[in-house]
Design a protein around this ligand. Structure first.
Ligand code: SF4
Ligand code: SF4
Length: 506
């Protein structure tokens, strides 16, 4: 496990912190220092924007995608249909009793996060997390309206003039609009998007829709606009857990102090020509671009979300100085040590470094769960049957001398279109069925129809002549077959049942 510095718990007297006076304790609460991240350009910034636009496009366009499921069925590609207790994802339809698929997806996502973290550290936090993506969007708006870091600091310190009020109003107005649209898009996943939009803006949507938008919108506005890095540092448990998945081969954002130290500004270098300064000119650009406001030169920290913007910043400085890039770079602890010891000239990290016992175990578990889920999904039943035996009375003796038991057979057609089914008795010598609502003489099998996505409860009366009663409890089964258009058996379900009778006459 890689040791991570928790800068948040530093107290007076810790290394690098001011010494406490005798008997003095460090503050238990440190007021938030506002961070003004500076705009930066570079490879990782471009990668972050590309991914952010893709994720936002998926989220905002998602509920408007259509998928034809046939007449009477919802045509929204991704839909959580709470009223009918169904989840639709393109061609996949999940019923409440199949919720284990959702649990499986969560397990896959969790293990996927383990794999990514063990390979490339907190890449999820830096590139894909909702908090990161929306905070980037809110910061972009802030820069467009108020200017970059220095302009924002100046505006913060300026008195309240008409210009400042207009800028602040515009910024918060756009933030609120984005927050509203984010929350509004969320509710579109729970109903037909065009209908929900119409109902929402004409005041006909249920009150829960307005409450959801208000609460989610407020959370988005607060988290991405105001709390930003506080969410990553204090609220999210992931930084505390990730240490268990990171080892000395994991790629992390690293400052190569063996190359950069002793650091010195241009002035320092002029003043002390006798000192052999390292490559770091102490310009602070890596700190100014950091969205969590930390100094990567202090070492690995819990607050680092591995966004790599400090790499872009430092590379641009090195380029101007005509020095090799990579003073801050993605590197593993092992590569860092090899570079520092001169065993390696530059970070040499290939796909082989990703294949380690830890990642092999994670990938194997992930693959097994994914394969199991896919197999189950491809072979899952679209027919469910439930049989309940009437308990009171257990049996009835008819005037003909026959014994009759009653059952409720519930057949659930989990396909979208109506289907023909056949119910038949297996075993129970001499037994015959009669089904309430099907006007046919007693027989050992019947066919009936069940509408798409519906259940049909059949009242089934089974009679057995007295002379064929051999025991008080006779086991048999209902065989229910789903028939295709050609009348062939497409699916079959067998449910065991018991026929109760008075003791046989001897
Ligand atoms: S230290 Fe670098 S990688 Fe870490 S959060 Fe700050 S800018 Fe991103
Ligand atoms: S950007 Fe590079 S040169 Fe500037 S302070 Fe950071 S590490 Fe040093």
């Amino acid at each position: 496990m890689v040791e991570v510095v928790d800068t948040l718990k530093r107290q007076p007297g810790d290394a690098g912190e001011p010494q406490p006076q005798s008997g003095e304790r460090g503050p238990l609460y440190e007021a938030r220092r506002k961070i003004y991240p500076m705009r930066v350009q570079g490879t990782y910034r471009r990668l972050k924007w590309s991914l952010a636009w893709i994720f936002m496009a998926i989220y905002f366009i998602g509920p408007w995608l259509r998928w034809d499921r046939g007449p009477g069925a919802p045509d929204q590609a991704i839909l959580v249909d709470l009223a009918n207790r169904r989840f639709y994802f393109f061609f996949i339809e999940i019923w409440p009793q199949e919720f284990y698929y959702v649990a499986g997806l969560l397990i896959l996502a969790g293990i996927g996060l383990f794999i990514a973290t063990s390979m490339v550290g907190r890449a999820w936090c830096g590139y894909a997390c909702w908090q990161t993506v929306w905070t980037d969007l809110f910061m972009m708006v802030e820069r467009k309206v108020e200017g970059d870091r220095n302009a924002q600091i100046r505006l913060d310190n300026a008195p309240w003039t008409a210009g400042k009020i207009i800028k602040r109003g515009l910024k918060h107005g756009i933030w609120l609009l984005i927050a509203f649209w984010t929350a509004f898009t969320f509710i579109l996943y729970f109903g037909n998007a065009p209908d929900v939009t119409y109902w929402f803006f004409t005041g006909q949507a249920p009150s829960v829709a307005y409450w959801t938008v208000a609460i989610m919108g407020a959370i988005t506005y607060m988290f991405a606009g105001h709390m930003r890095e506080q969410v990553c540092i204090y609220m999210c448990p992931w930084p505390r857990i990730q240490g268990a998945m990171v080892d000395e081969d994991t790629l992390i954002v690293t400052y190569h102090d063996w190359r950069g130290e002793p650091r010195g500004s241009k002035r320092d270098r002029k003043k002390h020509p006798e000192i052999a300064y390292g490559d770091c000119i102490d310009c602070g650009k890596c700190v100014h671009v950091c969205p969590t406001g930390i100094d990567i030169r202090d070492g690995q920290q819990l607050a680092c979300i591995t966004c790599a913007l400090c790499i872009d910043a430092c590379n641009s400085v090195m380029e101007k100085l005509g020095k090799p890039q990579g003073l801050i770079s993605y590197s593993s602890v092992k590569a860092y040590n090899d570079l520092a010891a001169g065993k390696m000239k530059q970070v040499d990290f290939g796909w082989r470094n990703f294949i380690r016992p830890r990642t092999i175990v994670y990938i194997t578990i992930w693959s097994l769960v994914a394969a199991g889920m896919l197999f189950h999904l491809a072979t899952r039943d679209r027919l469910q049957v439930n049989v309940i035996h009437d308990r009171n009375p257990m049996f009835v003796r008819l005037s003909t001398g026959e014994i009759r038991n009653a059952y409720t057979v519930r057949v659930l057609n989990m396909q979208l279109e109506p289907r023909q089914f056949r119910i038949a008795l297996e075993g129970l010598e001499g037994g015959r069925m009669r089904i309430l609502g099907i006007d046919k003489p007693p027989a050992r099998e019947f066919t009936f129809e069940v509408k798409g996505n519906k259940a049909r409860a059949l009242r089934v009366f089974v009679t057995v002549p007295q002379q064929q009663i051999t025991q008080q409890r006779m086991e048999f089964a209902f065989r229910i077959e789903a028939l295709d258009d050609a009348g062939k058996v497409a699916e079959m379900s067998r449910r065991k049942a018991v026929f109760e009778a008075p003791p046989p006459k001897r």
